[in-house]
Design a protein around this ligand. Structure first.
Ligand code: PLP
Length: 395
């Protein structure tokens, strides 16, 4: 349904994957709230199951509202095909289980999302699919960490929650050289800020719960990649494990996507201003923000990201209690995990999103007890700053 491949991002987020003419001119896409699809004849059912005729069968195998979302997401990530899932973790697990078997090894960036960490542990314990975390600062370092049994390189950039960046083009080159697929969790960037497939990576995963939805009212996931690979995932780990998205949630994501570009611009602008404020605040020990010119990742941010993003992490002088006092003093900023919403959210990784990670690994990832992660919202940046200022004055 690529009517016009030359459309710009800001146009694709609104139009790609949907043709109103096909649906009585309905400007908003219809929600196909149905579990199954009737066949005109027994023979038609036979042909559909045999894959000899296109058409829908049962909503776990495909649904028109979900297809619209998948086509739009594939276009936004410059991929060939996309699959939508009922959560980001359903997407991560479908892809990782799809790529591996017992005895295989997954090489991961230095940090990964807390539940991805849990999944990797489970895959190791139950199925003997092992993994390692490695810094990926140079080709040599990456090549050294790759084992003969490595079948997947799994990368987050920025790495949650320390905002460390990985040079995706460099990782993609090593992946190509070794014939190992590179999977990127692109949640923190959304397709507006970074497109790993355009940088040579193979598969992109999103927790669509975050910026893609943008309104804090859906849990969902997306995976984008080559047509043959995604088709294989659709017919195995998606269909048979069954972590699919509901048509209504797919519709909410299509709706959220329409404002992705304008939302991201504001998230990023607010974050830039708040990072400058935090960088000069005496109670703040360290600010992790790839838009900071002094950040070691500034050059990579300039190279592969449209803007440095809407998330800032920072540490305080003090201990865990200092961080908790600050959080409790905040009035406008809400204490909550998740990110990418209109509301500014703050969370404490050591006791929340990364509490499952053993302290030793946490420290290796740079997750100190005073580290806080701020998902900068769409409010007036001055109001967010004032709230931080008054809370910082209490510690
Ligand atoms: C939230 C998140 C996930 C998991 O997504 P869910 O939609 O909560 O299942 C995976 N990766 C990253 C980077 C996330 O922020």
């Amino acid at each position: 349904m690529n009517k016009n491949n030359s459309m710009n991002f800001e146009t694709k987020i609104i139009h790609e994957g949907y043709e109103s003419e096909k649906y009585s001119g309905s400007l908003a896409p219809p929600i196909f709230q149905t579990s199954t699809f009737t066949f005109e004849t027994a023979q038609q059912g036979e042909r559909r199951f045999a894959g000899e005729e296109d058409g829908y069968i049962y909503s776990r195998l495909g649904n028109p509202t979900v297809t619209m979302l998948e086509e739009r997401m594939a276009a936004l990530e410059n991929g060939e095909a996309a699959l939508a899932f009922g959560s980001g973790m359903a997407a991560v697990s479908a892809i990782l289980l799809g790529l591996t078997k017992t005895g295989d090894h997954i090489l991961c960036s230095q940090g990964v999302y807390g539940c991805t960490f849990g999944l990797l542990e489970m895959m190791n314990d139950k199925y003997k699919i092992s993994h390692d975390f490695s810094a990926m600062e140079s080709k040599e370092q990456l090549l050294q960490a790759i084992r003969p049994e490595t079948v997947c390189i799994y990368v987050e950039s920025p790495i949650n929650p320390t905002m460390k960046l990985v040079d995706l083009q460099m990782v993609a080159e090593v992946g190509k050289e070794k014939g190992i697929p590179v999977v990127v969790d692109n949640t923190f960037c959304s397709p507006y800020l970074q497109n790993p497939i355009s940088l040579g990576c193979d598969v992109v995963i999103h927790s669509a719960t975050k910026y893609i939805c943008g309104h804090g009212d859906v849990i969902a996931g997306i995976a984008v990649g080559k047509k043959d690979f995604m088709r294989k995932m659709a017919m195995t780990t998606q269909k048979d494990i069954g972590g699919i998205i509901s048509p209504f949630d797919a519709w909410l994501l299509l709706r959220g996507l329409k404002t992705l570009a304008v939302r991201m611009d504001r998230h990023c602008e607010n974050a830039r201003k708040l990072a400058s404020f935090l960088l000069t605040h005496p109670k703040v020990a360290h600010v992790y923000f790839p838009g900071d010119e002094k950040s070691p990742d500034y050059a990579i941010a300039q190279k592969q990201m449209r803007q440095p993003g809407g998330i800032i992490s920072f540490t305080l002088h003090g201990d865990k209690e200092t961080a908790q006092v600050l959080m409790n003093e905040l009035k406008l900023i809400k204490i909550a995990v998740s990110l990418g919403d209109a509301e500014t959210l703050i969370q404490h990784p050591a006791t929340m999103t990364h509490a499952v990670v053993p302290k030793e690994s946490r420290e290796k990832m740079g997750i100190e007890d005073t580290l806080l992660r701020l998902s900068v919202g769409l409010e007036s940046w001055e109001d967010i700053r004032d709230d931080l200022e008054q809370a910082l004055s209490k510690i």
